[in-house]
Write a protein that binds this ligand. Sequence first.
Ligand code: PMP
Length: 333
Amino acid sequence: MTIHNSLSELIGNTPLVKLNHVTDGIKATIAVKVEYLNPGGSSKDRIAERIIDAAERSGELKPGGVIVEPTSGNTGVGLALVALQRGYRTIFTLPDKVSEAKRAVLRAYGAEVVVTPTDAGPDDPRSYYQVADRLAKAIPGGYRPNQYDNPNGPESHYRTTGPEIWEATDHKVTHFVAGIGTGGTISGTGHYLKDVSDGAVQVIGADPEGSIYSNPDDVHQYKIEGVGEDFYPKAFDRDLPDEIVQVTDAEAFEMTRRLANEEGLLVGGSSGMAVVSALKYAREHDLDENQLVVVLLPDSGRSYMEKIFNDDWMRANGFADVVERTTKPSLAE
Ligand code: PMP
């Protein structure tokens, strides 16, 4: 019998799958690491588990404690999932621009959701960052994980994601590509792969146009969620990536839709972005059949049915041409 004691045992060990249909003209093997197969549906389950383990060890989180974090999505699900196995309460603060569907997911996992005004910037006491800080201090047993600064984020990827990729490729991986949000994924995984390969594995960051990582002189709004920033978090080691490849919203969303309807991979927009970066890099550097590129796909497309996979939303947001290019001719007409 193989019966797992809890969902926590199912975090990590996600599979690598070769891309076969969106890689026209590319000689290198492009393999994706499918993180939506984690029990909470994203790579963030990994950091949640390690952050909570470390906070228990340090005494910051005590039995019956309350985890308070400003997060609208995957980190919230990961923290809630691990917290409920261990008897902690969770409170997430999120700006009111976050859809009701996302709030409902967090509540379904037993979390409490506090909604704050989107127009309140980080320095405003009403902002979701500041409300979380105050709640964590005011509530007895309150603990604030702070994923942007917490070294256990990158550490979880150093200990799990990196070794998994190294072993699953029989040490043959030559390039690793990941989007940069907090920077935890690329920093932890990238450092591991560089350490075990004596620096041979190339680490490539994927970044939305408008984010600080690829162009600090032109920071502006963009639509891809979960990646890019307007500041440098401590979880990101800026010296690590060998290259950072910039991707537009349109390029990322087109690839996200193609991954679903050509490869059968229903993933989120940051996954589409990471694949675009990998393909651009492979073309630019003329990678050959001896190269093995691993691209991390952080989450599932299920969370984006009202946006990237909704033709009306896509057209209303200036992506009508992407809809045209990714819609198959109707058989009914
Ligand atoms: N994609 C999505 C959908 C995410 O939620 C995140 C985490 N913010 C990332 C990519 C980036 O991961 P990291 O924070 O480890 O850089």
